[in-house]
Ligand binder design. Sequence first.
Ligand SMILES: Nc1nc2c(ncn2[C@@H]2O[C@H](COP(=O)(O)OP(=O)(O)OP(=O)(O)O)[C@@H](O)[C@H]2O)c(=O)[nH]1
Ligand SMILES: C[C@H](OP(=O)(O)O)C(=O)O
Length: 214
Amino acid sequence: MQVVVPYATRDPKSRLAGVLDADERRAFARAMRADVVDAVRDAGGEPTLLTTAPPRDAGGGAERTDGVPVVVDDRPLTDAVNDALPDEPGEAVAVVMADLALATAAPLSRLFETAGDVAIAPGRGGGTNALVVRHPDFRVDYHGASYRDHRRIAADAGLSVGVVDSMRLATDVDEPDDIAEVFLHGEGRAREWLADAGFEVVLREGRVGVARSD
Ligand SMILES: Nc1nc2c(ncn2[C@@H]2O[C@H](COP(=O)(O)OP(=O)(O)OP(=O)(O)O)[C@@H](O)[C@H]2O)c(=O)[nH]1
Ligand SMILES: C[C@H](OP(=O)(O)O)C(=O)O
């Protein structure tokens, strides 16, 4: 399975600006992306990074991407992803977001095997965290309630839709509270990065959150 992993290099994870500075957000986003790439490979997928600009390391040099091919496309997410989707019947392309820090091989394999012209792993909050497209008439429209939009786009084109119910794939890391989920359930580099940065899980009014030691 060809798997496109979209990754915005400029000011990643801006909604985490209250808890991480710009360099930290870049490093954390890279750690999440590495976990996603590992999970995709473990699930038998062949990942390609779809980036807005060539990835650079902290010193400004070309960043190592562990052998993952990089496609640079500076258009908005929807246009860039649509260009990577199948043009011919019989082709299949998956799209897995780079901020799914809890993604592991098992739910990704389940997604790749889910039947349908389109198979979707919805995100909490109405997004589309991962999907498989097997029909050239389907095109994405990200942001907003994209899960609902993608169902409508498929229905309008007469295409079948499979849905994957997975906590791990539904958890995209957007807001500070999502960091607690990475701490509780993460198994990879993103969790390690948070621990090294001094984060710890705390209870607030019976719910988990995170705090950071100085
Ligand atoms: N190639 C590409 N990837 C993008 C673009 N915008 C977002 N992404 C990636 O798509 C996934 C979901 O992104 P979002 O959560 O919507 O946005 P984000 O930039 O990660 O975070 P915020 O700045 O907090 O909105 C992440 O893996 C991003 O790196 C884009 O314009 N191009
Ligand atoms: C890419 C976008 O992510 P969100 O803005 O919901 O995090 C979506 O899932 O449509």
